[in-house]
Design a protein. Structure first.
Length: 185
């Protein structure tokens, strides 16, 4: 005698993991935009920090040269210093068009600026800035101060931020600023 057994899927025991088969995919879909934002943020921060270090080196080089007697002529536009710093910056692959053109004297000071001072990208050179001598109250030293403000645009962070937060008003660009001050010789 033959017994006919009907397969009943409703009562059959489930295999382990069947009920959670799509849960991992859904969790990944929720976490992926934040993971992407984090990874892109790290990359963009690293690029910005590299530019900051290069701008720091350029201001140090400019201040060092500006403190030398040959380069230090506060009444004349410091085109030689500007050219030296912009050549260094452009050799690193950074844009220098912001600092081209004729220098403008900031009225009432010995400072000269190239670019859009004080609101945009600029290079400011002050070859006769006074500062107090450390440990000697009342004594003043003269030094050179170089300041560079460089525009940096985020390539990927803004679009990824809008992926995570659609109504984000995150600006895609910032200014990286550095200033170096050194005593004149």
């Amino acid at each position: 005698m033959r017994v006919n057994r009907a397969k009943t899927y409703i009562l059959s025991p489930r295999r382990k993991g069947d009920s959670e088969r799509g849960a991992g995919l859904i969790e990944f879909a929720f976490v992926f935009p934040f993971l992407l934002l984090f990874m892109v943020g790290i990359s963009e921060f690293g690029q910005g920090y590299r530019i900051y270090q290069n701008i720091t080196n350029a201001t140090r080089e400019g201040a060092r040269l500006s403190s030398k007697q040959y380069y230090n002529q506060p009444t004349n536009a410091p085109d030689m210093l500007r050219n030296r710093m912009t050549n260094y910056i452009s050799s690193l692959g950074l844009e220098t068009s912001h600092y081209q053109g004729t220098a403008t004297n900031i009225s009432g000071t010995t400072a000269w600026e190239y670019g859009d001072y004080p609101n945009g990208a600029y290079l400011r050179i002050d070859q006769a800035k006074n500062f107090p001598k450390v440990g000697s109250p009342g004594n003043v030293l003269t030094g050179s101060q170089i300041e560079i403000r460089y525009p940096y645009s985020f390539m990927f962070f803004g679009p990824v931020m809008r992926l995570v937060v659609p109504n984000s008003t995150h600006s895609n660009s910032i200014f990286i600023t550095n200033s170096t001050f050194i005593q004149n010789e």
